[in-house]
Write a protein that binds this ligand. Structure first.
Ligand code: PGA
Length: 260
């Protein structure tokens, strides 16, 4: 039986969409909201590129759909050329910030100690960090998945305030953008491991309340089986979130499976 946690459908647009394209997406996505958001405890979150944040914020104002930043620095302001302030994202009305997406880790060298500072800064501003963890194919094949996931979660949450909201995304690196999705059993095993560790780091109630999303080639044809797993609380969607109708279909398929 599924615990009473919220379900989160998150669209990670990565470095796609101009402000105008982001606005166009929202206009087209709007017709699907009544159906998707009719169920209580469902949250839809769009993660536009930073340059589109203020237009997305204005377009979504007073709407039931949330948005978040794909990345921020941990300082609020200062001499940090090229970075974005979490305080400005908060002022614009963001609800979430992604932290430690595997592309940030692999391509931009972001390591756990930095991510831990970001988690703390984001929480202190009243935003929800969505901390991403996941093993590479090499790590899975070497049998070190458990150590990798535990290490990333533990280190990333070193400075976390467990009295404030937090969300986690399990994103196996070998599944991101590859079309190779995790099996429901594999995803459930990873989510359970993460939830058990959260219970150790915080407590059982917090572990049960914290949404753990699955990410990595989530598509309308595979989310039904994944959402049936008791510990899968939604999806962080890359490729399939770029089209408003495909993303809406993905949300609908998962929600229908839960109410079937
Ligand atoms: P994907 O990306 O759905 O295109 O695999 C997911 C992610 O990187 O968040």
């Amino acid at each position: 039986m599924r615990a009473k946690r919220k379900l989160v459908f998150a669209a990670n647009w990565k470095m796609h969409k101009s402000p105008a394209q982001a606005q166009q997406f929202i206009e087209e996505f709007r017709s699907h909201w009544p159906e998707i958001l009719a169920r209580p405890q469902v949250e839809v979150v769009l993660f536009p590129p930073a340059v589109a944040a203020s237009l997305v914020a204005a377009t979504l104002r007073d709407s039931p759909v949330q948005w978040g930043a794909q990345n921020t620095y941990f300082e609020k302001e200062g001499a940090f050329t090229g970075e974005n302030s979490p305080a400005v994202m908060a002022e614009l009305g963001a609800r979430y910030v992604l932290v430690g997406h595997s592309e940030r880790r692999a391509l931009f060298g972001e390591a756990d100690p930095l991510l831990a500072k970001k988690v703390a800064a984001i929480q202190s501003l009243g935003l929800i960090p969505l901390l991403c963890v996941g093993e590479t194919l090499k790590e899975r094949e070497a049998g070190t998945t458990r150590e990798v996931l535990s290490g990333q979660l533990r280190e990333g949450l070193t400075c976390a305030d467990f009295q404030k909201p937090l969300a986690i995304a399990y994103e196996p690196v070998w599944a991101i953008g590859t079309g190779r999705v995790a099996t429901p059993d594999l995803a459930e095993a990873a989510h359970t491991l993460l939830r058990d560790l959260l219970a150790q780091l915080a407590n059982l109630t917090i572990a049960q309340q914290t949404p753990i999303l699955y990410g990595g080639s989530a598509k309308p044809d595979n989310v039904g089986a994944l959402i049936e797993q008791p510990s899968v609380d939604g999806f962080l969607v890359g490729g399939a979130s770029l089209d408003p109708h495909l993303f809406a279909q993905l949300c609908r398929v998962a929600l229908e499976r839960l109410t079937a």
